[in-house]
Design a protein around this ligand. Sequence first.
Ligand code: ADP
Ligand code: MG
Ligand code: MG
Length: 911
Amino acid sequence: MAAQETVEQKYVYDFSEGNKDLKDLLGGKGANLAEMTNLGLPVPPGFTITTEACQAYLATGREPDGLAGQIEAHLESLERAMGKRLGDPQDPLLVSVRSGAKFSMPGMMETVLNVGLNDQSVEGLARQAGGSTGQAAPGGNDRFAWDSYRRLIQMFGKTVCEVPGEEFEQALDKAKSAKGTTNDLDLDADDLRGLVDAYKKIFLKHTGREFPQQPREQLDLAIRAVFESWNAERAVLYRRQERIPADLGTAVNVVTMVFGNLGPDSGTGVAFTRDPASGAQGIYGDYLANAQGEDVVAGIRNTVPLQELEQLDKTSYDELLGIMARLEEHYRDLCDIEFTIERGKLWMLQTRVGKRTAAAAFVIAGQLVDEGLIDLDEALHRVNGAQLAQLMFPRFQLDHEFQPVAKGIGASPGAASGTVVFTSARAVELAAEGKSVILVRRETNPDDLNGMIAAKGILTSRGGKTSHAAVVARGMGKTCVSGADEIDVNVPAKRFTVAGQTVNEGDVVSIDGTTGKVYLGEVPVMPSEVVQYFEGSLDPEHIDNALVRAVHRIMTHADGKRRLAVRTNADTGADAARARRFGAEGIGLCRTEHMFLGDRRELVERLILARAPGEREEALAALLPLQRADFEQIFREMDGLPVTVRLIDPPLHEFLPPLEQLAVNVAVAQERGEDVAKEEALLAAVRRMHEENPMLGLRGVRLGLVIPGLFAMQVRAIAEAAVIFARGGGVAKPEIMVPLVGAVQELETVRAEAEKIIAEVVGDSGVEVLIGTMIEVPRAALTAGQIAEAAEFFSFGTNDLTQMGWGFSRDDVEGAFFWRYLELGIFGISPFESIDRDGVGRLVRIAAEEGRAARPGLKLGVCGEHGGDPDSVHFFHEVGLDYVSCSPFRVPVARLEAGRAVVETGGSDSR
Ligand code: ADP
Ligand code: MG
Ligand code: MG
């Protein structure tokens, strides 16, 4: 028998047995109730049924062996401790049955209060609650008992038996209007007794049975309902959206009831230990006298600010402030709490490390360092790049005159105002007239792509964070609010209705892609203070701005910690200058293709159309000084820092007009009897150069090998610019990068030619020019050991590597089916957004290892868009790259995350 006992799994933990680190097993609520109990705070006694019990129940459809007995044992010891028995007709012990998963899922799962009440014990409760000090509301303590009972039937009915909640609400409203009031406090004991009858009838009608009178049956059914609420539809959807694993299950907390509805000297409230919006220190909370738990959030009556509790009950107020300070010190972070006061006695019902805005995250981390609660490493750990990125968007300047009319999901951050349109075509039309438009749809589909590109923002009434609209908008960096379901969109009628108002095509709305809020009219937009700081126009030492100071401090720490250098992708002097202000330590990718656009197109056309070598050389000779001037400007902006220049990459026909346009030009010119020789030649060239798969066609190094003199001209322009800058006293560090190499032979050929030119140009100027390659074709990654023989550096082009690694044509797939892949969970995030560690990441790892083995000291960087993605930056740190390069606006994010990567790996260099 003893042996049998030792094998039985432990499914139930008394609050005194757990602690805050047991969230996996006890859920967040249970683990923190245990922690508070062990701190000696006033928590009503109780116990937690583990997530493992829930998992077992959900897997088999029945309670696991041993659970019932363990509940019985814990209930008995609870009864002993309280000196009451569950549902005792004379003096009942009542409990709440509360869900609580590892990750908080606000409002997703269920809680039942007052379990243990029935037709007898309600009388016992009334008698027991009598005779004490409370100045009872009308009806005295009878009132309280019947109020508690009607709440039980309501919550139990709704949660456990799926009785539609509105029916209870309606019955309550009816009782109030019969009494001629809107305040539930005006209902006396008799009214509530009547309400209990009405509730019981509703219960019977929907379930076909009487409301269960057995306390233990109530308890068991409530526990089971909480288990099952894990798989309720809304919980499943929420988890999918928030990427919470589906198999965690919820714990169940059984907690002795304490009563905030005993009279005016009782009440219930919620509070934060500091402002979760701004991070400011102070007292933030709401209190509601003579009420039970959920009334505060349900907005049944108007709450008062927590400060007013000081007048109502100074002892409890002071005790509460003391506990809040204690919790902050203990958790070393902002906490939110739920509490109840029963006749002047304070009870703590919940705490957790509270959610906060991005701004508050930085401010609070800074404050906690000042208060000596955490060090700077910890502060760095507690903020993240996604929050910093949010703070770099312009924001709406919201004063009270702007009230949101709807709230959806903040699907892609930013603030956008514009004219409402309902079709893609109209969006394109108005955008062409220079108007800002907001495309409003029920949901978008791949046909809306052009409209989405034209719009400033996208608003949908359906769909979550992985809907088509959300995914595509994020990919484009466009503001998007999705799933604003209060909005009723009528596309054919070109209008939507919301909050009783009609918005027609042509009206202006404003959407906040960070908060998900929707406003009517134009809300003024405010630039980001954090960007102003990065740009150097706000001095953190001399302004009174807690956010800017905190960002400055944490960024400085990140810079001191990080091993990865951060460079930028910049094609112009202006971009380079801005990125340098944002902290870029060089250019990791300077694309040269834009240097062939504008009025230089004509030269490119001559190059393409050249028949004799002389013509081609002429065109190249004309391009050379123009390119040289471009590079000079970039070297100047990046004085002293490395500049990686990529030789021309895209297929040349991208520089020619599209086929259709040329065909029209030729036809028109012929009609008018004009000379069409050049047009015809271009048309012929475009036809000749047409490719079915240009991304896999004549581009990158292939161009350099096929078109004589093209790369040579670029190499010469780079070297000459560097020498001119160096002779003028500057320091140029050019790195020439060859794109799309798949075989070392390609690189060797380019290199041989380039080295000759460089030697000739550089002479004794002291300029050193490195030659390296992109690693962006899977074959290059797999033969990196050979390629390293001819390369002084590798730069991973993770966009192409992802494209070719997965066989996804980026331009086609994101809009076409990624939303579906995300919905199905094939990947959790687009592999173009965050590096696919297992596949594409493995190619990076192989190339880094084999490249370094072949050439120790080989410089390694990344220049795909992943260079600015938080999770990818951590990966590149782990793989041991030397730097990441990203767009100027992402530079601060990469700096922060590169620092976080170090503190998260325990400060060790993981190379
Ligand atoms: P949620 O996770 O949705 O906040 P809770 O389990 O915290 O749900 O409970 C809902 C409300 O009921 C809260 O306001 C809570 O404080 C209150 N409550 C829960 N258990 C008790 C109890 N034993 N005594 C008094 N109030 C309770
Ligand atoms: Mg709660
Ligand atoms: Mg590429």
